[in-house]
Write a protein that binds this ligand. Structure first.
Ligand code: HEM
Length: 390
């Protein structure tokens, strides 16, 4: 298998990982990345196929599971009940419960609220240079996911802090300080939700937490630990990637002189997600011996799926390094595929389709006030800040 070396925390790679992906992809469907010591799927065809192949999955086979370090106990207490880390049958049960509450009716009904929220945020834009991530790209998804679950929007800043500390566990810069901070955040987040769920139990509402509590009270369907883990997952996954997608999207639109409108918002959104996706890498384990793409996987072998490399595969779209919403494709893998396909994809698309046209219509003079830089967050791919003038 062709071998490649590249530190994922190197600034050149963080600012533009695509030339490295191009070299890997040109070498084959599966290549070896030394810095991770993992085989990586690089092409759209390989990533697409491996996401859907049930001989692989996210949950580590039990005989390969490493013991949980004591200083990360609170973090892994949530992870062990998170659908994202599980395979059937537990994954099927947890995902089914969320999907039942996460109806398209409930998502669509959010459109007028997202619209009003965007206008309110723009009304408050400061004069002069300001960070659009703080003023718009962060508050939109975090306030929307709070509303959907039924958590007060005043909790948004606290949720952002807990979430940022927890998702750092999946980033290449992980070290002991990151682990301690993630564990403290997981403990405080779970404590908050336990208290909040008790309160909601007494005063039910038309929100997702109330629906999940009903499933929990049924006992057989959802344990209290699963309820807490599901809320943490939805609150974290429900904003992290969307914040980066909005930020990367505004950057791409301004740099390419494209103005999104309501009419082309769906194509613009999918082209942003294909052109500069916010999540670049996920891993899987093999559950049996399999020979694929010229490589023999043994049970327990781990490998990576490079969503960021698949996005710019010329087989998916001609001239993949060009940003061109008029030739958008919706079959990209920015939302994954197969069993773990993003539960929030319709919500994320709706948020982007509402937020981007409103921003450009209300701020026709919007321009970059400094060259945006990506943050050291791999496998996430999002900006440090986005300083603009409106
Ligand atoms: C543009 C924004 C978003 C992107 C690019 C994105 C991307 C992804 C991807 C790639 C996965 C699959 C990971 C894997 O296969 O290993 C995933 C899973 C998931 N996402 Fe999203 N996501 C976004 C927004 C959201 C939102 C708004 C929610 C809100 C509820 C959400 C909730 C979830 C959940 C719960 C899972 C786990 C599904 C499962 O394990 O079955 N995501 N997302």
């Amino acid at each position: 298998m062709p071998r490649f070396s590249q530190s994922p925390t190197d600034d050149g790679f963080i600012q533009n990982p695509y030339p490295f992906y191009d070299r890997m992809r040109a070498a084959g469907d599966l290549v070896w990345w030394d810095d991770y010591a993992l085989p990586c799927a690089t092409t759209h065809a390989a990533v697409h196929a491996l996401l859907r192949d049930r001989r692989f999955g996210r949950e580590v086979p039990p005989e390969h599971a490493a013991p949980t370090p004591a200083h990360c106990a609170a973090f892994y207490a949530i992870e062990t009940h998170s659908m994202l880390e599980l395979e059937p049958p537990r994954h099927t049960r947890l995902r089914g419960l969320v999907l039942r509450a996460f109806t398209s009716r409930r998502i669509k009904a959010l459109a007028p609220e997202i619209d009003a929220l965007c206008h309110r945020l723009i009304d408050d834009f400061p004069v002069g240079d300001f960070d659009l991530l703080d003023a718009y790209c962060r508050p939109v998804p975090v306030i929307v996911i709070c509303r959907l679950l039924g958590v007060p929007a005043s909790m948004a800043p606290q949720l952002l802090r807990w979430s940022a500390a927890m998702v750092a566990m999946y980033q290449a810069r992980r070290d002991r300080a990151v682990e301690d901070a993630a564990n403290a955040a997981a403990r405080d987040f779970a404590d908050f939700l336990r208290g909040y769920v008790e309160q909601r139990r007494r005063t039910p509402a038309d929100d997702l937490i109330t629906d999940l509590i009903a499933a929990e009270e049924d006992g057989a369907r959802l344990s209290t630990d699963e309820l807490i883990a599901t809320c943490v997952l939805l609150l974290n996954a429900g904003h992290e990637a969307t914040v980066h997608s909005l930020g990367n999207g505004v950057k791409a639109l301004l740099e390419h002189g494209v103005t999104p409108t309501e009419a082309d918002a769906a194509d613009v959104t999918d082209e942003i997600l294909r052109f500069d996706p916010p999540l670049h890498m996920f891993t899987r384990y093999a559950y049996e011996e399999v020979e694929l793409f010229g490589h023999r996987f043994a049970r327990g072998d781990q490998f990576a799926l490079l969503l960021g490399a698949a996005a710019r595969d010329p087989a998916l779209r001609a001239d993949p390094a060009a940003f061109d919403p008029s030739r958008a494709v919706s079959n990209h893998v920015a939302f994954g595929g197969g069993l773990h396909f993003c539960v929030g994809a319709p919500l994320a698309r709706l948020e982007m389709q509402v937020a981007l046209p409103i921003l450009f219509a209300r701020c026709p003079g919007l321009r970059l006030a400094e060259a945006p830089r990506y943050a050291d967050l791999f496998h996430f791919h999002g900006l440090e800040r986005l300083i603009v003038q409106a």
